[in-house]
Design a protein around this ligand. Structure first.
Ligand code: AMP
Length: 571
């Protein structure tokens, strides 16, 4: 049996091809979206998905998320007292999806088609295959997310040549790809994007405007009252979703401990306000759109279909903007969160019939962002550890980019140039590539100009040159490879290591998730509600200790119903 998997940065999904067409497979909690999160509980038990996300709220050091961004790098991620590579963490998510699929289908699932972003390099694709192998899959194909979306809409079945544009706005990233369909081959002609643009930016803008109306600055408040800001973002996320269908939405303003209650002040936001505040974010998607079209050598009129992918494309202003640009309604009959997994399932079915859709990709792009470490002046103090990109992910290569930087202290005669790869704002979240020193900077006040040039060629070789203006001093380094893939021995060892992790049977995972959920909500409640919750948790723990299945079921249902009625993060 073969399944299609959308291995996402925030959520992953699994689907299979049934005689009635592609269908999504629910996880043990009955949900289609499994958060791409891995956690290890205090008793060493492995948690994947929602339970790991709940654990992250109370014990972030025991959880890992967004590891897809590290695929194909040597970066290790700590989870509790263990360390993992990104492909190992991804394999745990895949393994959990495999178990869900086997339970749903009722037979062993041994093969998979897994999707990756169009900009993934060969190394990142290999790392994805390894993740699949670690999970016990024979990975039959790796396909591009936009291609999968196009397949879900049946583009591969059309008889005549057709050009489609896939507009993918997720939680934190934006990608646009142009696909050409001819003779059941799908070719990605161009892809472009913005690494720091997604639905989360819309939510943060809403939060920042609400704070501004109270005379509060977002960054300052976040430093002084992180709990208030994180809860406000949570409330704004709910409001943003309501504004997708409604004309206005109210946002409860949390206290400095991040708590909201019946008596909390409520701020009403209209859709018009929201549109005005987020206009510039929307405008940011236009540049990659234009770039992809010009890279593909196409005009707007030649784009025949526009396909929406990613949860944030549910915001009506996205479809409205695309309609204005392309003069046609985008395709949105399929849920934008499901479309990639559904396409992967169809490709899986076709692989089995030996008639898989052929894919072609133009790969002359730099698959990740490259830059240097810089320091920033934050409220009068100089803080290091920030990442300043020189070459953005998705840039067509070969490319050469230059930027100027300044010294930060008086009479500074040397500067250490540290080169990183990755998509994080801070260097800690990115992969360290190399460092070298530039000496002989003319002495003087802080602010002496240094020029750095990055040159990236078609073989993936990066040359970094630094020069101090007005002195003739120069230094450079050449970086030829970015990361090592796992060797067969390493793969074998990784499989053994992963097998040592304690994994619950599916039913226990549901229990664990409810306990984690209860733990988090407990912190948010007070008074009678908290006492009531304490009682219900104790009852459930007793039932679990006695291992009485019907008592477990009864207590769990009561506890779940109570949590649903009191959890402040549920509508
Ligand atoms: P994805 O990574 O594709 O799951 O996208 C997640 C993003 O979609 C998040 O930023 C969500 O806030 C956003 N999103 C999900 N549902 C909606 C909705 N109904 N309206 C607006 N944004 C949404």
């Amino acid at each position: 049996m073969i399944v299609g998997i959308d291995l996402g940065t925030t959520n992953s999904l699994v689907a299979w091809l049934t005689p009635n067409g592609p269908e999504l497979i629910p996880n043990s909690l009955g949900e289609y979206l499994t958060p791409s999160a891995v956690g290890i509980d205090r008793d060493g038990q492995l948690l994947v998905g929602r339970a790991a996300k709940e654990l992250q709220v109370v014990a972030p050091e025991r959880c890992a998320t967004v590891f897809k961004r590290l695929m194909g790098t040597d970066r290790k991620v700590s989870v509790a007292d263990k360390t993992f590579r990104a492909e190992e963490l991804s394999s745990l998510v895949l393994k959990s999806l495999k178990a869900d699929a086997e339970k749903h289908i009722g037979q062993e699932v041994t093969e998979a088609v897994i999707t990756v972003p169009a900009y993934f390099s060969d190394l990142q694709r290999k790392a994805t295959i390894h993740a699949g192998q670690l999970a016990g899959f024979n990975v039959r194909r790796i396909i591009n997310e936009p291609t999968a979306a196009a397949i879900a809409y049946g583009l591969h079945e059309l008889q005549k040549e057709r050009v489609a544009l896939v507009f993918d706005l997720g939680g934190g990233t934006f990608d646009v790809s142009i696909l050409d369909q001819f003779e059941s081959t799908l070719e990605i002609k161009a892809s472009a994007g913005e690494i720091f643009l997604g639905g989360e930016d819309f939510t943060r803008t809403l939060a920042s405007q609400i704070l501004a109306a109270k005379g509060m600055n977002f960054e300052h408040t976040e430093t002084r009252h992180p709990q208030l800001v994180s809860r406000l973002i949570h409330e704004c996320e709910k409001a943003k979703r309501r504004l997708t269908t409604g004309e206005d939405a109210s946002v409860k303003f949390p206290d400095t401990d991040g708590l909201v209650s019946e008596s909390s002040e409520s701020v009403t936001v209209s859709r018009t306000d929201f549109l005005r505040w987020t206009e510039s974010l929307l405008a940011k998607t236009r540049l990659p759109l234009q770039r992809a079209m010009s890279d593909a050598g196409l005009t707007r009129a030649q784009i025949e279909d526009v396909i929406l992918v990613g949860g944030a494309t549910r915001m009506p202003q996205i479809a409205a903007m695309l309609k204005e640009i392309f003069g046609r309604e985008p395709l949105c009959q399929l849920d934008p969160d499901h479309v990639v997994a559904l396409g992967a399932a169809i490709q899986g079915g076709l692989v089995h019939l030996d008639s898989a859709v052929t894919e072609m990709v133009v790969t002359d792009i730099c698959p990740f962002t490259l830059g240097v470490e810089v320091s920033k002046d934050i409220a009068g103090t100089n803080r290091g550890g920030y990442f300043s990109p020189l070459i953005s992910r998705n840039t067509t290569i070969p490319v050469s980019r230059m930027e100027t930087f300044c010294t930060t202290t008086a009479n500074q005669s040397t500067v250490k140039i540290r080169v990183f790869q990755g998509e994080g704002r801070r260097i800690d979240d990115n992969l360290f590539l190399a460092e070298f020193e530039l000496k002989g900077i003319p002495r003087g006040p802080a602010g002496q100009v240094i020029t750095i040039r990055f040159t990236y060629d078609l073989n993936g070789v990066l040359e970094v040159e630094a020069a101090a203006d007005g002195s003739g001093s120069k230094a450079s380094c050449v970086i030829t490879h970015h990361a090592q893939n796992l060797s067969p021995e390493e793969l074998k060892r990784a499989i053994e290591k992963l097998q040592e992790l304690k994994v619950d049977p599916a039913e226990d995972q549901v229990n664990r998730h409810v306990l984690k959920w209860a733990d988090r909500v407990y912190r948010e409640l007070s008074g009678d509600a908290r006492r009531m919750l304490e009682m219900l948790i104790t009852g459930f723990e007793e039932a679990l200790a006695l291992q009485d299945p019907s008592a477990i079921e009864n207590h769990r249902t009561t506890l779940e119903q109570f949590l649903e009625s009191v959890d402040p993060s549920i509508e």
